[in-house]
Structures are given as structure tokens and as C-alpha cells.
Design a protein around this ligand. Structure first.
Ligand code: CMC
Length: 393
């Protein structure tokens, strides 16, 4: 019974080989296909990073044009899928809708798709990346009771995403360059992150040769958890709860109290024990955006900045290497961009879909590919005999 190694939370177990993302938690290094995240965040675009994750190389100009064109061709969702939204309660959480509608895409692409065929697999990857922003924006429109806005060919990926969220028929929407850049960078920073819980879920479901859209839906379900992608939303809930910066000390004390389940949302990370390199980049973007948008004096942003400052100096957090993570700042950026809180994790899912589907593709092409099947250390009863119900005391 004791022949397996117990590794709760998979802290020391590599579940696969992967050439996509390199992560060194001790040194605070993150690279995609060998390119440091700092360089990608500064010089690249989300779509270019999608291409890189999928294909292993940065695209040439021509390859990029073809890629954009391929995505544009896939950027329609079946009209019938729109009806799925109306089955949800008016106040349904958009992540619950995303789990449903992404899973429902499997019904449109199942019989006709052969996951053993490399061309079909790549087509599936393009469909996922092209359709996720549409499904995401529709969630918001449904919650608002506004008509769905469809993608426009002449807009970029991020412009389309913002347009599909914010445009209303009587009021043309023109996103600001600051908003476009901030969202593009945010999507880059979320595009892939090695074998995190949601990616591992996609791989495990995919290892059973499940429909890839259903696998992505499983990834979305995992991402929704507040210990994972739900943290950016939890950060804003926490900031609202703290309210005034003068209450921060009380909340820091709660976070340190082992009898209190409260944790500082947006602090700590399983693998980054030095600093989350994404947080470093996004911290700057966040500070720049707040300055540019002149929001620094709004109480919530003031509370956030004070909290960051105090926690970075507090021994409890320093000792345990609990630094603000990417979700701390992404929540604040999205709030400043006017994106409703319930959509935060949805946008994380849009960004991460590139990583999910790239990892799925890589797994399907792996010579060692086999169904994932973790084992356990059994801790239950020894063998015993069945007792009829009238004889049980
Ligand atoms: N506030 C207060 N104390 C904390 C926090 C926190 N946010 N995070 C960890 N600790 C303490 C924890 O109580 C423990 O203390 P002690 O050693 O005295 O018992 C120590 O730090 C180690 O914590 P852990 O739970 O063993 O660490 P973990 O690697 O299992 O958990 C984590 C990592 C991210 C789930 C956790 O830090 C956490 O719950 N953070 C808040 C939620 C959050 O921001 N999540 C986003 C993660 S990053 C984005 C993503 O991957 O999606």
C-alpha cells in the first residue's frame, strides 16, 4: 500500500515534459519558449504570444498576417449558442456561464473533428483563441441586458474585446490607447503559466481524449476557484471590505491570526518564493495607469497602494515570502478600466485559453501521451465483513 510517494498538491511531482513555459520560482524567472516574460510584456502583443505558445517560434510578418486572418475566420459563434445564455439566471456569475457555453461549443465541433488529425487540432486551437473573447463579452452583455456585440474585422483582438464589452448601439465606443495597452499586457501576463491547476485540469481531461472544448470548460471551472484565478475578484471584494485605509492594520492582524481564516487576497504564490516576475511588470503598469487615469486619490486605490506598502514591510509577510501576486494588480487595473468585478476572472480565462490549448496540443503530440491516472495512499478500513442493516448497532 505504501509503494507510491505521497505528494499533496503536487509540490514535487512533474506530471509531463513541456517545452512551452520555463518557470523558476526561487529566482522569479518566467519564460515562454525561451523568451523572458519581461521582454514579451514590453515589446510583444497578446496575439503574437498566442502564436509563440502554439507554434514555438515568434511569427514573421507574413505568418502573423495569416494567423490573424485564420483567427478572424473563426471568430463567429453559432447563432444558437446565443440562446444558451438566456437559460442562466439574470444574476448568474459570468464564470458559471463561461463553463457552460465553452463546454457547449463541444456540441458544434465533435463528430466532424478528428483530434488525431494535426490540422484539426490546430484548427481547434484557432477556434478556442478566436471565440473566447466573444463568449466572454456576451456574458457581460447578458448580465447588462444589452444586445450582443459581434467582432469587427478591422479591429485588433484587444480592441474587439473592449468593443464587444463596452459598445452599445446608440453610443459608439472608442477605447483609449491606455486601456488597449493595459489589457493587451494583462492578457500577455496571463497567457500561460506552466502546470498550474487549471492547465493541469485541461491536460488531465484531454489525456482521456475528451473533446477539447469540454477540456477548456474544465479548465475554466478550475480557474474560477478563489485560490487560483478568482483571486483578482477576491482582491476587490477585500479592498471594498477594508474600505478606509485606516482599517488596514486591523486586516493585516486578521491575516496573521492563525485562528482567523482570512488571508490577504492577492498575496502569496505556490511557486514564486522570491517575487512573481509578472507582478513586477504589472505593478508598474498598474501604477502608470492609476496615475494616468487620475484615480490615485480614490479610496479603493489608495487602500490598495497602502496595503501593498505595509505588507511589503511586515515581518510575517517577509518571512513567509508573501509578495503581492499578479492578481493583486490585475484586479486593480481591471477595476480602473471600468470592467465589472465579476468579469475579472473571465478575462483571465480569455488570456489563459492560449496556454490551455497550447498545452493540450503539445500533450496530444507527445510520444509519451497516455491517460493521466494518479494513484493514492489508501487510509481507510482494513477488509471487514458486511453486516445486514437489522444487525448494525
Ligand atoms: N495571507 C496571509 N497568510 C498567508 C497568505 C495570505 N495571502 N498566503 C499564505 N499565507 C501563510 C499561510 O498561512 C502559511 O503560514 P504558516 O506557515 O504560518 O502556516 C504560509 O503563509 C504558507 O502558506 P500555504 O498556504 O502553505 O502556501 P501555498 O503555497 O499552499 O498557497 C496560495 C499559495 C496562493 C494559495 C496562498 O498564498 C493564498 O491563499 N493566497 C491568497 C489567494 C491568492 O492571491 N491566490 C492567487 C494565486 S496567484 C494566481 C494564480 O495562480 O491563479
Amino acid at each position: 500500500l505504501g509503494m507510491f510517494t505521497l505528494d499533496p498538491g503536487y509540490v514535487n511531482t512533474a506530471a509531463c515534459r513541456s517545452a512551452i513555459t520555463y518557470l523558476d520560482g526561487e529566482q522569479g524567472v518566467l519564460m515562454h519558449r525561451g523568451y523572458p516574460i519581461e521582454q514579451l510584456a514590453e515589446h510583444s502583443s497578446y496575439l503574437e504570444v498566442c502564436y509563440l505558445l502554439l507554434n514555438g517560434e515568434l511569427p514573421t510578418q507574413q505568418e502573423m498576417e495569416t494567423f490573424k486572418d485564420n483567427l478572424n475566420r473563426r471568430s463567429l459563434v453559432h447563432e444558437h449558442l446565443d440562446r444558451f445564455y438566456t437559460g442562466y439566471r439574470y444574476d448568474a456569475h459570468p464564470m458559471s456561464i463561461m463553463v457552460g457555453v465553452t463546454g457547449a461549443l463541444s456540441s458544434y465541433y465533435h463528430e466532424a473533428m478528428d483530434i488525431q488529425d494535426p490540422e484539426d487540432r490546430l484548427l481547434t486551437a484557432h477556434r478556442v483563441i478566436a471565440k473566447m473573447p466573444i463568449l466572454a463579452a456576451h456574458c457581460y452583455k447578458y448580465a447588462m441586458g444589452h444586445p450582443f456585440v459581434h467582432p469587427r474585422y478591422e479591429l485588433t483582438y484587444v480592441e474587439n474585446l473592449l468593443n464587444m464589452i463596452f459598445a452599445v448601439p446608440h453610443r459608439p465606443y472608442q477605447p483609449s490607447p491606455v486601456a488597449i495597452r493595459a489589457l493587451d499586457q494583462l492578457l500577455i501576463l496571463h497567457a500561460d503559466h506552466e502546470q498550474n491547476a487549471s492547465t493541469s485540469t485541461v491536460r488531465l481531461a484531454g489525456s482521456a481524449e475528451a473533446n477539447p472544448f469540454a477540456c477548456i470548460s474544465a479548465g475554466i471551472a478550475t480557474l474560477w476557484g478563489r485560490a487560483h484565478g478568482g483571486a483578482n475578484e477576491a482582491v476587490i471584494h477585500m479592498l471594498n471590505e477594508i474600505g478606509d485605509p485606516k482599517n488596514i492594520d486591523q486586516y493585516i492582524a486578521k491575516a496573521k491570526d492563525k485562528d482567523d481564516p482570512f488571508r490577504l487576497m492577492g498575496f502569496g504564490h505556490r511557486v514564486y518564493k522570491n517575487y512573481d516576475p509578472r507582478a513586477k511588470i504589472i505593478r508598474k503598469a498598474c501604477h502608470d495607469l492609476l496615475n494616468e487615469m487620475d484615480t490615485v486619490n480614490q479610496p479603493m486605490f489608495e487602500t490598495a497602494m497602502r496595503l501593498e506598502e505595509i505588507a511589503l514591510q511586515d515581518e510575517y509577510f517577509i518571512e513567509r515570502k508573501l509578495y503581492p501576486n499578479v492578481d493583486f494588480y490585475s484586479g486593480i487595473i481591471l477595476q480602473a478600466l471600468g470592467i465589472p468585478m465579476s468579469m475579472f476572472t473571465v478575462l483571465f480565462a480569455v488570456g489563459r485559453s492560449a496556454g490551455w490549448i497550447s498545452q493540450w496540443l503539445e500533450m496530444m503530440e507527445d510520444a509519451d501521451f497516455r491517460i493521466g491516472r494518479p494513484r493514492q495512499l489508501y487510509t481507510g478500513s482494513q477488509q471487514r465483513d458486511y453486516v445486514p442493516i437489522d444487525k448494525r448497532g
